[in-house]
Design a protein around this ligand. Structure first.
Ligand code: PLP
Length: 408
């Protein structure tokens, strides 16, 4: 059979959304300057779907740095992978600053978090080793696992007993030259709950292992100084390899891994997606340094983010919605319902109320449930929260009736 013909019948995780909802439920275009007010299909929207947690995407000082750095260096430079001709003093300085920010000794800049974490896992563990990861891990961890030759096992999401079972199993099977790598997340991006880092780290006393934490949603938002979920939970030292991306709080592209110098030195030479790919353009690196500096100097952005988060969450709960007990700014509203209800909620909020949210249904969440995920940012104002709460109030009878019908 022709490969391309076969693709037409192949099930996609997006199901009917792929073509039917194109441009609306999938691949929507948010236009205009980045921020809580953008345009969708020509209409004004209050946006709750972008991960610009600290409002950096609309910061004028940062925009000036972007322009100046592009004029100075061009978007082309440097050419080549870091290992070959793509290195610069700016890249190295950023690595030093990132390491210091997350309280680690050393850091490796990654040109994309997704590929970076995949290659990190691939490089770290080989066929003699064991890889244990949380079942709700992000796709990049799952893909890293696929690349790895290590023996893999998964534990139930944030379930310490399930984790112990996998850890003890690995400990029993391991040979003298076997090592164990555990991977989980700081903040789980869909549900907003935190990884059980403290409990996991505690078990190092029983079975030695190394812990890699993907803190994509935690960097910048969690911890007094924004250095992430490890700091927030008081266990940053117990995280052996810390991963943060620029894709959210930094409102940029790029990411990094932070760890001991010997590990970073190894990864810089062995992380295939970095060794064999072009390094980040200089203007990106310069602006990442600027963003990091500003995140450090503006703790009030984080405060504002949390104020907005709590206001939004309390408001939604007062109306009667079930907001999952998220410990991060991620605000997940859960209701019973089908894919149709999920689409209806998004459409009604957008068309009737000018509120842009994203939602997911089965298979991303269990069958019969709908999760509407709101991402508050420091740039949201009270008027945005009020408008949104009014919109959720206006559709609540429709949503709750649909949920009741499903339970009946
Ligand atoms: C939990 C998590 N890990 C990793 C990534 C990938 O990072 P990047 O966008 O830098 O490739 C993302 C998405 O940005 C994410 O949400």
């Amino acid at each position: 059979m022709d490969l391309f013909d076969k693709l037409e019948g192949r099930p996609s995780p997006l199901g009917p959304f792929t073509s039917e909802g194109y441009g609306y439920y999938t691949f929507p275009k948010l236009e205009g300057p980045l921020g809580p007010e953008m345009k969708f299909n020509g209409k004004d929207m209050v946006v709750w779907s972008i991960n610009d947690y600290l409002g950096i995407g609309s910061n004028e000082e940062i925009k000036k740095t972007d322009t100046a750095a592009t004029e100075q260096y061009s978007l082309s430079a440097p050419m080549g992978a870091r290992l070959m001709t793509g290195n610069s003093t700016e890249h190295e300085k950023l690595e030093e600053e990132l390491a210091a920010f997350v309280h680690k000794e050393s850091a490796q800049l990654l040109n994309y978090g997704y590929q970076g974490i995949m290659s990190t896992i691939h490089a770290l563990v080989d066929r003699n080793d064991f890889l244990i990861y949380d079942e709700l891990s992000h796709a990049c961890i799952v893909d890293g696992k696929q690349l790895s030759m290590a023996e893999k096992s998964v534990f139930k999401h944030n379930d310490i007993e399930s984790f112990k079972k996998q850890l003890y199993r690995a400990a029993k099977k391991k040979k003298d030259n076997s090592s164990i790598l555990v991977v989980t997340e700081g903040v789980f991006g869909m549900t907003g709950d935190l990884g059980i880092l403290k409990e996991i780290i505690e078990l190092k006393k029983e079975v030695p292992f190394r812990l890699l934490v993907d803190d994509a949603h935690g960097i910048g938002t969690m911890g007094k100084d924004g250095s992430g979920t490890g700091t927030h939970l008081g266990v940053q030292d117990g995280i052996d390899i810390y991963f943060g991306t620029f894709a959210k709080s930094f409102a940029l592209i790029g990411a990094f891994i932070a760890s001991e110098p010997r590990v970073i030195e190894f990864l810089k030479a062995n992380s295939r997606s970095q060794v064999f790919a072009k390094s980040l353009p200089l203007p990106m690196v310069v602006t990442a340094r600027k963003r990091l500096k500003m995140i450090s100097e503006h703790p009030e952005w984080r405060e504002q983010l949390w104020n907005n988060t709590l206001k939004l969450r309390e408001g939604l709960r007062e109306i009667g919605y079930t907001v999952l007990p998220s410990e991060s700014p991620v605000t997940p509203v859960l209701t019973k319902g089908s894919t149709d209800l999920c689409q209806d909620i998004m459409r009604k909020l957008r068309e009737e109320h000018g509120v842009f949210v994203s939602g997911v249904a089965y298979p991303v969440v269990p069958k019969g449930t709908v999760l509407i995920r709101l991402i508050p940012t420091a740039a949201h104002k009270d008027v945005h929260i009020e408008k949104t709460l009014k919109a959720f109030e206006a559709i609540k009878d429709y949503v709750f009736e649909a949920a009741e019908k499903l339970s009946a």
